[in-house]
Design a protein around this ligand. Sequence first.
Ligand code: GUN
Ligand code: ZN
Length: 441
Amino acid sequence: MTIYLARALDTPEDPFRGGVLRAEESVAFRVVDGVIVDRGTLAGVLTRAEPLEDELIDLRDGLLLPGLIDTHVHYPQVRAIGALGMPLLEWLDTCALPEEQKLAEDGYAHAVAAEFCFGLLSAGTTTALVFGSHYATAVDSLFREADRVGLRVTSGLVVSDRLLPEPLLTTPERAYDEAVALANRWHGVRRNRYAVTPRFSLSASEPILEACAEVMQEIPTAFFTSHVNENLAEVAAVAELFPEASGYVDTYDRAGLLGPRSVLAHNVHASEVELKVLAERDTAISHCPTSNAALGSGLFPLASHVDAGVRVALGSDVGAGTGFSLLKEGLQAYFMQRLLADAGLPLTPAHLLWLATAAGASALGLAHQIGDLSIGKQFDAVLIRPRLGDPLDVCLRNTSSSEEALGRVFALGTVNDVAGVWIGGGQVSGAIRSPRPPLTR
Ligand code: GUN
Ligand code: ZN
């Protein structure tokens, strides 16, 4: 049993629907078996606890946020991050897909799985919907490594049967068999869950999408994830390949793949009809701002999604995205809405925190367990504590409100400011450094 004393910020209510930032300068969390069983003033929590049995950890020299939730990130692309200057299809051909073929080799995949999980954890990401590999053995390596370090990972075998390099292709039959075998081994095992994952409709024929739907029927609590409406050339190519479909979203919908456990990445070029379908299916969108900017995919129409009632969360989209930090994604999301001028949705720091935490929990069907720091939730948390004298440290000492402080965290925070990460009450990364005086403002 542990009591954490913290300067904590979270968003238990959706700021897009009137929720506000919850910020407390000094709040105590009593954590038992990984779950927050009490929160309040230290005096109050202590009177309700058995003080002699509880360890007290003071984290008030930093800012405590809920663990960050990445709803779209590619495991086999860690070593491909940062190749700039190309649009999607050229980047896939010259950069991502050659790298992904290397995961056919077990030793290589194992090394990349370790680098990937370390990348997530060191960025303060505690939960992720991970685009897996085309190789079942490599997906197995990912689940094993995530299990070892304690990350909450939903992932699966990526399947395609056309237009990619031959070593990445499979057949509908093999796709089904390998997916079911992996799901049987990992779905629901500790923090791992399975996601049925056709790469995108461009590389997935109707028969393989039907095989995906059969896997969903076989494993009814599995998730579904893919890409949609990312790049105009891609959207046009998909339209030619699916003449019967009314649009890109429909290519998945016709196969019965869209529902409340489906998360589609990007949707930069969505039509109104498609947004309506996504809202009806309660399918969530993973908005990946640094990827959209780096590949020149376009400016994400967040306002249209919110107006249509489509759930949106954040994704880093590593390796097209430029790193694992969801703080950077939040800032880039803010920039994008500014650049959309009148069509943009002005985002406050509370919106950014929501998108990086509770919105992800909702998209991944985990809102009852994670996403904020309320009683009853798992203690998944990240401590942001910049080095003394760092511009973020200076700004935090000179802000007048918690909302302002949170804005500074998104503007200036990097993975180097992540001083501690907890998942289910266990500290998984970052030593708690020697205490410092609380931030003065
Ligand atoms: N569409 C299909 N595959 C990919 C990928 O690896 N990254 C991105 N950003 N889009 C994709
Ligand atoms: Zn992607």
